[in-house]
Design a protein around this ligand. Structure first.
Ligand code: GCU
Length: 620
């Protein structure tokens, strides 16, 4: 047996060294697909610090309900689709579409909030952007899309570049050999139709905002450039930086220098024949925390490229039911946030939106935000880095996903990979959440375990969690956290709506929470709806007083949960939902916000502000 085993190992070692091992077929011990062990996809990170040309602005757009611009009347892909941007050659030629005389849509921006007749629209919209580009010697060009919801096909000058699925993560395509000096036309087919097998599936309690919802940039890079890197403190160490740099291009083997000038760090490594260099070096650093959101200028230099980033350094771990930030217990004083624009309609996307939303969280004395239920735009996590807010980041594996569908799993794995690839150098991000309120079953457990394995593989420094809800009750007011996925996560998330969806508000204080796991618990949602400005007694539904009463009673319960390491009430601000139809109260708004969409704070806001101030002062 021994000989056989040894041979097997040798074979694997030889096979891997030859570089011919197909990484896609490697399986983890849980028999789940794994990517190569580092830069998993060709996503370019840190685009804001690169040479870019913005294509943001007003794009001509064609609303194409029956996908006439894509399928012919036999429902076959049309060779002369709208991606061709065809113009009639003479007055007799028939062409039944024209971008340049079509309506315009702002990019970035969802289409639902730009035209009344698109408010409920779910389907395809074609976008076209014409531009010239002066290409430089030895430069490569990529088109980078911050996000487009939900499925996007990208064409340049009539040629299909590729397709992307997922409405909340970035993607890019190389266009070096396709781009012309004059009259380029970039066409995007964006389709936000909900599909049973998609991620998320057809049923969500948030608006299905469609469109190019984040920036579109042309990214100009060197022939061989620094595409991806991971520079963070090594898991469990306060003074060792560990990471890697991944080059993209023909000159694979290069000398790479990582500099942190303020910390007097200069470290040189060499990339291998895959363009990858892993490193580890000592570093005496001023650690990042909400109280001290210290960010360092980091300069990564190769022989052909130089890239700057601003990175904070901290550790995050758990010990029994505590979360440890830089080795010390921290209580997460949080709030949930949807990507709903404050003081204006539609999907939030810009730095101003981030500052407003996170500014309100800081005003509530938060040190933590749960960015629900999908990866938010990069401005949010970079603002959290600067403002000192810890972040829970999540993929939209929400409610009743088609757990047995392999394509669904690969889609979720891809969105998870894109989320981690983009944000793995952000000190504020401490939790990767695999899911929200998914009903336990063997298929679901296996699906979530595959996500867990991928997250662990891509980033072993952060904590893994999920917002679970399944609890059985030992007695009427004794819920026991026992979700089977709880055995794999580092931190238990649990959504509960005591006093709103079940039981009475006055029952909150009777609850005695237990867990079969010796792990930290975050109550990742609780809440109640209230129409801002509607006042009545505390038993009147939709009054600010009822919401305030529920928060008062919930806080009493929270103070009695000894494994509680954090809380993020649902939710900072009212948000659009197709499931909330009560006229005069909801009108397609979920009213659980502590702030109204036009910035009015409801009475319950001050309950959390006071609760968190008490915790904050007690820690001084
Ligand atoms: C659930 C869910 C949220 C939803 C909330 C509500 O917990 O996670 O997405 O909006 O409840 O009912 O308002």
């Amino acid at each position: 047996m021994k000989t056989l085993k040894l041979t097997a190992i040798l074979t694997l070692v030889i096979f891997m060294n030859s570089g011919c091992l197909d990484q896609k077929n490697l399986k983890t011990e849980n028999n789940h697909p794994v990517l190569n062990d580092v830069a998993a996809i060709n996503l370019i990170i840190n685009v804001d610090n690169r040479t870019t040309t913005s294509l943001n602005g007003k794009w001509p757009a064609i609303v194409d309900l029956f996908e006439t611009g894509f399928y012919d009347y036999r429902y076959q892909e049309n060779k002369w689709g709208f991606f061709d941007n065809y113009k009639p050659k003479n007055k007799s030629e028939r062409v039944e579409y024209d971008f340049d005389t079509s309506q315009k849509l702002n990019v970035p921006g969802d289409w639902n909030s730009q035209y009344e007749r698109l408010f409920f629209y779910e389907g395809t919209v074609w976008y076209k952007k014409s531009f010239d580009y002066k290409k430089k010697e030895n430069k490569r060009i990529f088109v980078y899309i911050g996000a487009a919801n939900y499925q996007t096909i990208v064409y340049l000058n009539g040629k299909k570049l590729g397709i992307h699925e997922g409405g909340f993560t970035p993607f890019n395509f190389e266009i070096t050999d396709l781009i012309k000096e004059k009259d380029n036309y970039l066409v995007l087919k964006v389709d936000n139709k909900r599909k049973r097998e998609a991620v998320p599936t057809v049923n969500t309690d948030w608006w299905n905002y469609g469109g190019i919802t984040r920036e579109v940039l042309l990214v100009e890079v060197s022939d061989t450039f620094i595409r991806d890197y991971f520079i963070q403190l090594k898991k469990g160490s306060l003074n060792t930086i560990a990471g890697w740099v991944q080059l993209d291009g023909s000159k694979k083997q290069q000398s790479i220098t990582i500099e942190i000038p303020e910390a007097k760090i200069v470290n040189t490594v060499r990339t291998d024949d895959n363009g990858l260099a892993k490193f580890q070096f000592d570093a005496e650093l001023d650690l990042w925390s909400p109280e001290n959101p210290k960010l360092y200028d980091v300069v990564i230099k190769s022989e052909t490229d130089t890239l700057k980033d601003t990175i904070g350094f901290r550790t995050i771990e758990t010990k029994s039911s505590k979360i440890l930030l830089n080795g010390k217990p921290v209580f997460l004083r949080g709030i949930c946030i949807h990507e709903q624009k404050p003081n204006a309609p539609g999907r939030a996307y810009g730095p101003e939106d981030a500052e407003t939303l996170l500014g309100w969280a800081k005003e509530m004395n938060c040190n933590f935000v749960r960015l629900a239920h999908y990866p938010h735009n990069e401005h949010m996590v970079r603002a959290a880095d600067k403002m000192g807010l810890l972040v829970w980041s999540e993929i939209p594996v929400y409610w009743t996903i088609t757990w047995q569908n392999k394509d669904t799993l690969n889609n979720a794995l891809n969105q998870l990979t894109e989320m981690i690839t983009r944000d793995k150098n952000r000190a504020s991000v401490i939790l990767w959440s695999m899911a929200n309120e998914t009903p336990p079953s063997d298929a679901r457990n296996k699906f979530l375990l595959a996500l867990h394995d991928r997250a662990r593989q891509l980033d072993d420094t952060r904590l893994i969690t999920a917002a679970m809800e399944k609890t059985y009750h030992e007695a009427e007011f004794t819920p026991v956290l026992n979700d089977p996925f709880g055995q794999h996560v580092d931190v238990l998330g649990c959504n509960e709506y005591i006093g709103w969806y079940y039981k009475k508000i006055e029952d909150c204080v009777k609850y005695n929470w237990k867990s079969i796991y010796d792990k930290p618990l975050i109550i990742s949602e609780f809440g109640a709806g209230a129409k801002a400005g509607f006042h009545a007694d505390k038993y009147t539904m939709w009054s600010e007083e009822l919401q305030e009463y529920l928060y008062i009673e919930q806080v009493k319960m929270l103070e009695n949960i000894d494994i509680l390491a954090g809380v993020s009430p649902w939710i900072l601000m009212d948000f659009r939902s197709p499931k909330r139809m009560l006229p005069e109260v909801q009108d397609y708004w979920n009213r659980k916000g502590l702030i109204s969409p036009d910035g009015k704070k409801k009475k319950a806001f001050y309950i959390m502000q006071k609760f968190y101030k008490k915790i904050k002062d007690a820690q001084k």
